[in-house]
Design a binder for this molecule. Structure first.
Ligand code: WTA
Length: 649
């Protein structure tokens, strides 16, 4: 039997105690697609509404009029749902376990404390002139203040836009300008793997860029006490302002469709897009999926290893778990520090029951052999989860056997920044697992596969993954550019949401995500547009032209392979390769570091001047035999040169 055919059936014991078993999944799924209005009206009751919605679903995927509204006459506040409503029953329960980069640093924050500190911060935001509808940028380490900042914004109706702390000043500036953000919340430095990252310096640099004058204030958490510059009148210490505020802050009554947050992500073309997520549908969906997909049971400790800079951190570190009154663990550091055993040691230290991580982290550990887990027992674990990229069956089995002691179901959760929450995933008490498959759709989700003309494929098939109808967690628009939203997601195939992913459906109806079919790279689970990297490179004086493609990478899933055509008269050299690598890291961030740079005297282009990426991808993957038809190229001989000089790995 090949790895791909291996099935791990649901254990009877697990199913007996799970929220959802096979029968229940079938019944609820059927209800959700037969009667979405009735199903979601019922599910929305898990949220505390100020005014309960009477209108449930009002959505159109018609490309002339894409309009998505859920619970549109309901009002609520997301922060009271994550905080206030838990105070009576679980005020003293730990809401956030924070584990610092240094293994000796940890703290527990109860729901009562989280509530009080969030209210203080919310009052501080008001004192800084922030109100309903204003956009606040968060550029923060993985510290509890990041969750507080998100919730404090939600409390007063401000819209947060979290920018991953690994992004460069330019990337930060671009997002501040794009969202018209009046305030940045940051820290002096973040600490990861024993190293300091100069967040405040990066903010200072970002705020010298044109257009960033919109940002009037910078609120700074003192994390390390490292040396930073200070701009009087603009910069405010968090502890100076927040500590003196009242811990009472009434929550703003928000419409279900008022924006909760913006989150930038990469697409195949142009600058990153700020996806707009709204309040009622998002919160309902994040909390429902968190409870059922991780089978979260009251009192359990749940750990998602993502960063709050990504959507996974939004939905499955902050909003989903806290709306459910869970204990959510937030880890500041990296899994390899101080040793590769750290992840298992954290599980033991805090008796983690549910561990949600990424294939790239699993593969990195796996490369060190089974003994990397010798320093921990991990017998508290009950459910494992994977997200961000396809998980190869070998990594799945290793995760299952070594980390999970062959004792925990794995939920391979497929979703996107745009989807707000998980769309395709096992429910651990309901699905037999096939390593590498995200299995079946969540309630209310209607996946379909289409060919390149948009014809729907039935049964066993391989095609482009689309979703036929709306679900409550879906992004409503691109901030300030609804046309781009329609163009990007609803125009390739009419009347459906196009995910950008390729997918196969097997004989059991299980979905196997095969990866992006557009020019988006997924490097260690981080989404990046090839166009963004290319435009960074061509801004360098030595670069005439650049083409970026992904190639299979053992640990990262995909690596970044760059073909560079130099400006006339510039000599290729290793020093120049280093310089270009630094250039991209500085321009976008270390996550965009090129793995391979190949000098390309010419790029394969059609007669109309379009670069044939298909060929470049093949060469980068060392698959030079199956290049297909190159006769339409303007100059087929460039291909021979590229093959001859390709980087052999
Ligand atoms: C990929 C992350 C296979 C996919 C939540 C998607 C996955 C992109 C999986 C979204 C998975 C995410 N199996 N591929 N379980 N999860 N992806 O917006 O290509 O950062 O389109 O959201 O990651 O990345 P994003």
């Amino acid at each position: 039997m090949t790895e791909q055919q291996k099935v791990h059936p649901v254990s009877d014991d697990f199913a007996a105690n799970a929220w959802i078993d096979k029968e229940k999944y079938q019944a609820m799924y059927q209800h959700s697609v037969d009667d979405p209005e009735g199903f979601w009206a019922e599910q929305a009751k898990r949220v505390d509404w100020i005014k309960a919605p009477t209108k449930i679903k009002n959505t159109s995927f018609d490309s002339h009029n894409v309009d998505i509204r859920w619970f549109e006459d309901g009002t609520l506040n997301a922060s009271t749902n994550c905080l206030d409503r838990h105070l009576t029953d679980r005020g003293d329960q730990t809401a956030i376990i924070w584990e610092g980069d240094d293994p000796n640093d940890a703290k527990h924050i109860s729901y009562r404390e989280l509530h009080a500190q969030t209210c203080q911060l919310a009052n501080a935001l008001k004192a800084l002139g922030i109100g309903k509808g204003d956009v606040v940028t968060l550029y923060m380490p993985m510290i509890p203040e990041a969750a507080m900042a998100m919730l404090a914004c939600a409390r007063i109706g401000a819209v947060h836009s979290v920018v991953f702390g690994g992004f460069s000043p330019d990337a930060l500036a671009q997002r501040v300008v794009g969202a018209d953000s009046k305030l940045i919340i940051t820290a002096d430095e973040s600490v990861r793997g024993g190293k300091q990252v100069p967040l405040k310096d990066n903010v200072d640099a970002a705020l010298t860029r044109p257009g960033t004058e919109v940002c009037e204030k910078v609120l700074v958490v003192k994390r390390t006490g490292g040396e930073i510059e200070w701009k009087e009148g603009r910069d405010v210490w968090y502890h100076d302002l927040v500590d003196k505020q009242s811990s009472d802050c009434p929550a703003e009554e928000m419409n279900a469709e008022d924006p909760l947050f913006i989150l930038y992500t990469s697409g195949s073309t142009g600058a990153p897009k700020g996806l707009k997520h709204t309040t009622g549908g998002y919160l309902t969906y994040a909390s429902l999926t968190h409870q059922y997909i991780f089978d979260y049971q009251d009192g359990e400790v749940y750990w998602c290893t993502a960063d709050v800079g990504w959507v996974t951190g939004h939905s499955y570190i902050v909003y989903g778990p806290l709306a459910n009154g869970a204990t959510t663990l937030m880890f500041e550091g990296v899994p390899s520090y101080p040793t590769h055993g750290r992840m298992g040691e954290i599980v033991d230290k805090h008796s983690v029951n549910i561990l949600y991580t990424a294939p790239t982290a699993i593969r990195a550990l796996m490369a060190h052999g089974d003994s990397v887990m010798d320093s921990s027992k991990r017998d508290s674990l009950r459910v494992l989860g994977s997200v961000g990229e396809p998980i190869n069956p070998e990594a799945w089995e290793w995760f299952y056997r070594v980390i999970g002691n062959s004792n925990c179901p794995i939920v391979d959760t497929w979703w996107q920044t745009e989807t707000g929450g998980i769309l395709i995933s096992p429910l651990p008490g309901a699905m037999d697992l096939k390593p590498g498959s995200a299995t079946l759709p969540f309630f209310g989700v209607l996946p379909a596969l289409v060919d390149s003309e948009g014809n729907e494929l039935e049964g066993v098939a391989d095609g482009n993954l689309v979703i036929l109808d709306s679900w409550p967690g879906q992004a409503r628009s691109i901030w300030g550019d609804h046309d781009r939203f329609v163009q990007t997601y609803f125009s390739t195939y009419k009347g459906v949401y196009f995910t950008g992913d390729g997918c196969r459906r097997d004989e059991d109806g299980y979905y196997w995500i095969t990866g992006r079919v557009d020019d988006v790279l997924n490097v260690s689970g981080h989404r990046m547009g090839t166009a963004e990297i290319e435009s960074s490179l061509v801004a360098h004086e030595s670069v005439a032209e650049a083409a970026v493609v992904g190639f299979p990478h053992d640990i990262k899933g995909q690596g970044i392979y760059i073909y560079v055509t130099l400006t006339d008269g510039v000599e290729p050299s290793d020093a120049l390769k280093k310089e270009l690598t630094q250039w991209v890291r500085k321009d976008i961030g270390p996550i965009a570091s090129p793995d391979v740079i190949q000098w390309a005297p010419g790029l394969p282009k059609t007669r109309s001047g379009k670069i044939m990426r298909r060929i470049l991808r093949k060469i980068a993957a060392n698959e030079c035999d199956g290049l297909g038809d190159t006769s339409t190229l303007a100059d087929p001989s460039v291909v021979d040169d590229l093959i001859e000089h390709r980087a052999i790995r």
